[in-house]
Design a protein around this ligand. Structure first.
Ligand code: C5P
Length: 392
């Protein structure tokens, strides 16, 4: 849990909030804006949470490479309580002028905001527009309560009681654990087919989609095995990662685990062909060279034939006739879902951090997922897999 505290009088209530979270055995990392330290001391939070409190963005004593990046990857959920009009405005525009706003800009965790301010400020159209925008971007906004405000008037603007803020954060954490105990196998990356000791045939897959998919399953509580071809990516935290090179090795590793898993998501771009034979000495340079290729086994098709209750998810990257080709593969490989991405579209497909996909179900219905970060796309795919899992 990352607990962000901004400069409002309700900051004193967050000491109680931090205490509740610690009592529930959460690991709580507090980050305060410089203004918040005028209302309550960082030492208060440090004593409650047993962790140093982050305030300074540029701190030369910090050993980490970039404090805001490290802090951003820490939480499963971030709560900003109280959230002032000033911080809401910065979050809405993407301003990152202190440690807290920088962390929140960089984090992939869900963020709960507890606005707290004078009633006039709260009802100001500028604040309401910012809240609307933040809501549409997926921030969870806790409505402020009505009652006596610190400025002496009655109205809406009070930060909800610490127990209510805690409940909201807990609900999000629990909702996010809807894959608890589910055993999942994900494949990612390209495969390499050896020509000789120095050369291979491969493709442009970077593995990003599969790695994000594995992270999304893990975040939601699944036990995940990731079978990955060669990539430059760091294996996701908490995921058992098995590194392979060739399609043959991938097939072996997947087959070994198939009967023990409930979901298989095959995001790997498996080489369709391999050289008929791999030379054990480097092939010498000649004027021309012909290489005979043979078809590789289709791993997913094999799984489709052996399927015994598992949910099988395939990926189809196409440059033309996207839906028709993808639906054809769904049927030919006996899949439950296929995720189709159009390689000709800007921002979609292999190398980037974003993707725009269409998820096709067995009944032919299609869920269109707009252009978004690959982790977000992964969560949409997980949302589609879950009901299928419950049907099995
Ligand atoms: O290559 P194709 O477009 O048929 O890939 C569709 C799906 O089949 C992908 O999920 C891919 O991981 C899987 N596949 C496979 N083994 C192959 C080729 C593709 O598992 N040899």
């Amino acid at each position: 849990m990352l607990l962000g505290i901004t400069g409002g009088i309700a900051a004193y209530k967050s000491a109680e909030l931090a205490r509740i979270m610690v009592r529930e055995n959460w690991q709580v990392q507090v980050v305060m804006t410089p203004a918040a330290t005028s209302f309550i001391s960082p030492l208060t939070f440090q004593s409650i949470t047993n962790r140093p409190v982050g305030v300074e963005l540029f701190d030369t004593s910090a050993v980490s490479r970039a404090k805001h990046v490290d802090l951003a990857s820490f939480p499963e959920v971030a709560v900003v309580a109280p959230a002032t009009a000033n911080t809401l405005s910065k979050l809405a525009t993407g301003m990152a002028d202190n440690l807290l706003t920088s962390v929140l800009l960089a984090t992939e965790a869900e963020v709960v905001l507890a606005p707290s301010m004078n009633e006039g400020m709260y009802h100001n159209p500028a604040v309401q527009d910012n809240l609307q925008l933040l809501r549409s971007r997926g921030f969870f906004i806790l409505e402020p309560a009505e009652g006596e405000l610190a400025c002496g008037v009655e109205g809406r603007g009070r930060m909800p009681e610490p127990a209510q803020v805690y409940n909201a954060a807990r609900d999000i954490l629990e909702k996010n654990k809807d894959y608890t105990g589910v055993r999942v196998l994900v494949t990612a990356g390209p495969t390499r087919e050896s020509l000789d000791p120095v050369r291979f045939i491969s493709n442009r897959s970077t593995g990003k989609m599969g790695y994000k998919l594995a992270s999304a399953f893990r975040e939601r509580g699944a036990d995940v095995v990731l079978v990955s071809g060669p990539t430059n990516l760091t294996p996701p935290e908490g995921v058992e990662t098995v590194l392979v090179e060739s399609t043959g090795e991938m097939l072996q590793e997947v087959q070994k685990r198939f009967s023990r898993v409930q979901v298989v998501a095959k995001a790997a771009a498996v080489s369709d062909y391999a050289p008929q034979k791999s030379e054990n000495k480097k092939i010498k340079k000649k004027d021309s060279l012909s290489i005979e290729l043979r078809s590789n086994p289709d791993i997913l098709k094999n799984l489709g034939e052996q399927k015994a209750g598992q949910v099988l998810v395939g990926f189809a990257a196409e440059t033309n006739d996207l839906l028709q080709n993808a639906e054809g593969k769904l049927r030919a490989k006996n899949l439950d879902l296929i995720v189709a991405n159009d390689l000709s579209e800007e921002g979609a497909g292999f190398a980037g951090d974003t993707n725009r996909v269409k998820i096709i179900r067995r009944d032919g219905s299609i869920v269109e997922v707009p252009l978004m970060d690959k982790l977000e796309v992964s969560h949409r795919i997980l949302d589609e897999i879950l009901p299928l899992l419950q049907e099995q």
